[in-house]
Structures are given as structure tokens and as C-alpha cells.
Design a protein around this ligand. Structure first.
Ligand SMILES: Cc1cc2nc3c(=O)[nH]c(=O)nc-3n(C[C@H](O)[C@H](O)[C@H](O)COP(=O)(O)OP(=O)(O)OC[C@H]3O[C@@H](n4cnc5c(N)ncnc54)[C@H](O)[C@@H]3O)c2cc1C
Length: 369
């Protein structure tokens, strides 16, 4: 099958590995000039480990285990320890693998088959599903026909918008924003992950792969801002820190101001009645983002890629049946992952001082039990 995958994130790369192993001819089109690999490490959990084994990447993942899983410590405004923040709450088993993003990108790229082409700096412009094939025109002007188009272009998916409708139909905003900034080297000597909260806000500092990343979640109503203007996004994050000079917040502020690769987004889930229409199908955050609060987006994307490949190989001549099967098998995993996000939000970002105090007391008690 001649297949186009829009997006070279982990959903797109996983889909390419699975489908190329099944003999598809794959083109991946990635809008960015390179695969972005900044951000917090990721956990591969539960059934996604079996998927990784089938993809042939498990030994490489094992060899690159990040080993950062020591619990993050909650600190007060002076930096004094309150209690450990339990990472175990979201783990499926001790076999879960935590991995740094650059390592995972490298491993997935190395396992793309020879029948996979990756085109950077381009994007789909139009999709014309003609029934027997899909005509695609790219922003670069190139035109090509495919048997199948896989939208793996993330929570703000263009493929979804072009084929299924505007984002607002499917996006469920969880009332929170996330920001990530790399801390200039030499600024923080503490090599332990720490987090500090005040009502509606959580800020953390964590060392990943030789550098320290500042992360921030804050609860806020829906904000209208320009997604393509990093300085507007930085301003929104900085406003939330205004008047806070306790703990390491001045360093977080400086990191946000200085980081050219600053990451900012609303925290969303994607809920869809169907993951496919005609010859176009969605995988990963594009179709069923569980939100970063679930810690399961990668595992869900890897499972989705594997379920799609399995269904296509089970019903090679019946596309509709294959895509229905993919959806039926994948949906229970989506529901479970999406259900975990609310607990993640309550744990990380208590909304009131009372909830914050209760959380801290609970975690202190758990520590001394
Ligand atoms: C801070 C943070 C922490 C996380 N922690 C975890 C964790 O511990 N465990 C876990 O399982 N998940 C975690 N996740 C979620 C996880 O990263 C994603 O859910 C998972 O990687 C699947 O992403 P994706 O490939 O579907 O989308 P994305 O990672 O968003 O990738 C989409 C790709 O499509 C490209 N693209 C976008 N538009 C276009 C276009 N028009 N044309 C071509 N290309 C396009 C983008 O450039 C990008 O490369 C976390 C996410 C964040 C933000």
C-alpha cells in the first residue's frame, strides 16, 4: 500500500515502522525542518512494551533507559523538602521504560525501513479522497496519489481539520496550560528533580540529559493567543509568575525569556466519534490525545500504530473493515488513558490552598507509612 503519513512525531514514526515492516511504501511529510526532541522524558508503559518488542526497538530502548525515575520532591517556598511526588501512581509495572526524547527519536529513525521516505519542511495543503485513491497537494506544490493517508500530526492536527472538521469540534480543553523551558547551563547546580506549587500553579526543575528543564503548569480559562508567536506565549507564562520571587522562580523566569525553543500549549484531550473517514485515518494525539497529564500519549500512539498495522494486514483488501477494526481495538485503550488525566491534574496542580495542603499531608503520611 502506498501510504502518506503526516507528521514525524512518535505517532508518525511508530506508524511508519509498523507499516514498513508490513511492506507498505511510506512517505512521511514533516512540517518542521527537523524532528523536535526537546521536552521531558517519556514513559513507555504496559502493552506498549510488547509493541516495542514487535517493532524491534525494545533492546535499543532498554539500552537507553533514562533511569530518572527517582521521585520528584515537592518543596516549599524556601526549597525545603515536603514529600516525594509519587511517580509510581501512573506506572503500569516495573517494566515501564523511561526514555529521553532525543534517544527515542534516534532509535525510531534507525528502525525506519528502507521503504520509508521522510520529507521535511513541507505539509499537506489539500486532500482529495476520490474513493479509490487520495490525491494530495503539498504546500511545496508537489502532487501525489496515495492509497492511504495517516494523520499523525499531533493535537492540533491539520489532517483532522481538513478531513473531519475544525479543532473546536474535537478538542476538550482541560483548563490548564503547560510551558517548558531549558535552563541555561551552569545556572542550577542541584541535580535532583524538584517541584513547587501554589494554588492553580506548579513549577518544576528537573535535570534531563545533561541539562535542566523548567516545567510549568497553570490553571487558566481559555486564552486567545497566536500559536505561531513564541513571544506572546512567553508573555502569558511570565504573567503567571509575576510577583513570585520565592524558590527558583526568578531562574525559571530567566529561562523562559532566554529559551529559543520554548514550548507552550493549552492542555487538551481529543475526543472523536470515529478515527477514520474514507481513506484517511488518525493515529496518536491527532485522533485521541489523552493530554500530557496522563503520561500515556506515547504508549497510546505506539499501540495505535501497531493496531492499525495489524488490522490492515488482517484485511488487506477491505480497507473500511480494517479501519473499523483498528478503531474498535484501539478505543478501550484511549478511554483508559484519557480517564487518568484528571487525577494527574489534581496531583500536580491543586486548585486551592486547601487542596494543596491536603495533597501535601497525604504524601507526607504516605512517606512515613
Ligand atoms: C511535557 C510533555 C510530557 C509528556 N510526557 C509523556 C509521558 O511521560 N509518556 C507518554 O506516553 N506521553 C507523554 N507525552 C505525550 C507524548 O509526547 C505524545 O502524546 C506522543 O508523543 C504522541 O504524539 P504525536 O506523535 O501524536 O504528536 P506530536 O508529538 O505532537 O507530533 C506531531 C508531529 O507532526 C508535525 N506536524 C504538525 N503539523 C504538521 C503538518 N501540518 N504537516 C506535517 N507535519 C506536521 C509536528 O511538527 C510533529 O513532529 C508528553 C507530552 C508533553 C508535552
Amino acid at each position: 500500500m502506498k501510504t502518506l503519513i503526516s507528521g514525524a512525531g512518535f505517532a508518525g514514526l511508530s506508524t511508519a515502522i509498523n507499516l514498513s515492516r508490513a511492506g507498505h511504501d511510506i512517505t512521511i511529510v514533516e512540517r518542521a525542518p527537523y524532528i523536535r526532541d526537546t521536552g521531558a522524558p517519556l514513559d513507555i508503559r504496559g502493552k506498549a512494551i510488547t509493541v516495542a518488542e514487535a517493532m524491534g526497538i525494545l533492546p535499543a530502548l532498554e539500552a537507553s533507559r533514562a533511569g530518572l525515575s527517582e521521585n520528584m520532591t515537592i518543596v516549599d517556598a524556601n526549597g525545603s523538602e515536603i514529600a516525594p511526588l509519587p511517580g509510581d501512581d501512573v506506572s503500569d509495572s516495573v517494566d515501564d521504560i523511561e526514555i529521553e526524547r532525543p534517544d527515542l527519536v534516534q532509535i525510531m529513525l534507525e528502525h525506519l525501513g528502507e521503504n520509508v521516505d521522510v520529507i521535511y519542511n513541507d505539509s499537506i495543503e489539500t486532500i482529495d479522497d476520490r474513493g479509490k485513491s487520495v490525491g494530495v497537494e503539498f504546500v511545496s506544490g508537489r502532487r501525489e496519489s496515495f492509497d492511504l493517508v495517516v494523520g499523525a500530526d499531533g493535537v492540533h492536527s491539520l489532517t483532522r481539520r481538513l478531513v473531519f472538521g475544525p479543532e473546536t469540534q474535537f478538542r476538550q480543553f482541560l483548563g490548564m496550560y503547560i510551558a517548558l523551558a531549558r535552563v541555561p547551563s551552569g545556572t542550577v547546580s542541584d541535580r535532583h528533580a524538584k517541584t513547587y506549587s501554589w494554588p492553580d500553579h506548579m513549577v518544576s526543575m528537573a535535570p534531563y540529559g545533561g541539562h535542566v528543564t523548567a516545567a510549568m503548569y497553570f490553571r487558566q480559562e481559555w486564552l486567545d493567543y497566536d500559536y505561531h508567536d513564541p513571544s506572546a506565549q512567553k508573555q502569558l507564562a511570565l504573567e503567571e509568575l509575576a510577583g513570585h520571587d520565592e524558590w527558583l522562580i526568578p531562574i525559571v523566569r530567566n529561562a523562559i525569556e532566554a529559551d529559543p525553543d520554548f514550548y507552550f500549549d493549552s492542555v487538551n484531550q481529543v475526543h472523536m466519534d470515529t478515527y477514520h473517514r474514507g481513506r484517511v485515518v488518525l493515529v496518536g494525539d491527532a485522533g485521541y490525545c489523552p493530554s500530557p497529564l496522563s503520561g500515556r500519549g506515547l504508549s497510546l500512539a505506539m499501540l495505535g500504530a501497531s493496531h492499525l498495522a495489524q488490522a490492515l494486514s488482517d484485511y488487506p483488501w477491505e480497507l473500511e473493515r480494517a479501519l473499523n477494526t483498528y478503531e474498535t481495538v484501539q478505543r478501550p485503550h484511549v478511554v483508559r488513558a484519557q480517564d487518568t488525566a484528571a487525577d494527574g491534574g489534581d496531583l500536580l496542580v491543586p486548585a486551592t490552598q486547601e487542596e494543596l495542603d491536603k495533597r501535601n499531608a497525604r504524601l507526607r503520611a504516605a512517606q512515613s507509612a
